[in-house]
Write a protein that binds this ligand. Structure first.
Ligand code: NI
Length: 185
């Protein structure tokens, strides 16, 4: 296992559409191990492979609270097959847009099909934080970021700040927030 660097905007790779995994083999399991190590170290509750520069449709997640035992979840080739009309709002953050948070409205519940680590097809129905996180990470596999769901004015402001800071090899200072449930992934 190895902790990998997380790509930060404006890195263009974050806009790539990831490829589906053809076979869940040893290399995919090694990727998943690295993703968990990177995600837990961040700390974040979700991560998509493209965030460490691997354009494959692989997502890791752990929504357990600090005082609960870990609950690692892996979604390979995840796809939303149903979403509720009812929306819910969550104050989202992203490990690729450090320290910036904004409210995003998404379907409150979703049904997602995916492959598990044995390559077996699975389907789950999710609501609450799991539904939000799944949608956020599936967006990453399609090159979509949570700031694409906020106003253009705010998105342009965020991109400008990150572009300017990137020239100095930094990222902009926002109010720091150590609560991992905000660091959706
Ligand atoms: Ni993210």
């Amino acid at each position: 296992m190895a902790k990998r660097d997380i790509l930060i905007i404006p890195d263009k790779r974050l806009r790539l559409k990831s490829d589906p995994v053809k076979t869940v083999d040893k290399s995919v399991r090694a990727l998943v191990d690295d993703m968990f190590e990177t995600m837990y170290a961040a700390p974040g509750i979700g991560l998509a492979a493209i965030q460490i520069g691997v354009a494959q449709r692989v997502v890791t997640m752990d929504l357990a609270k600090k005082d609960e035992p870990p609950e690692p979840l892996v979604f390979i080739n995840p796809e939303v097959v149903w979403s509720s009309d009812e929306k819910s709002i969550y104050d989202e953050g992203c490990l690729s847009i450090p320290e910036y948070y904004e409210e995003v409205a998404r379907p409150k519940a979703v049904k997602v099909k995916f492959l598990d680590l044995d390559g077996k097809p699975q389907e789950i129905e999710a609501d609450g934080l799991l539904a939000t996180c799944l949608q956020h990470e599936i967006d990453h596999t399609n090159g979509v970021l949570f700031i694409d769901h906020i106003s253009k004015l705010k998105r342009d402001m965020v991109m400008k700040k990150f572009k300017k800071a990137a020239k100095r090899g930094e990222y902009p200072a926002f109010e720091k927030d150590e609560e991992p449930s905000h660091h959706i992934g």
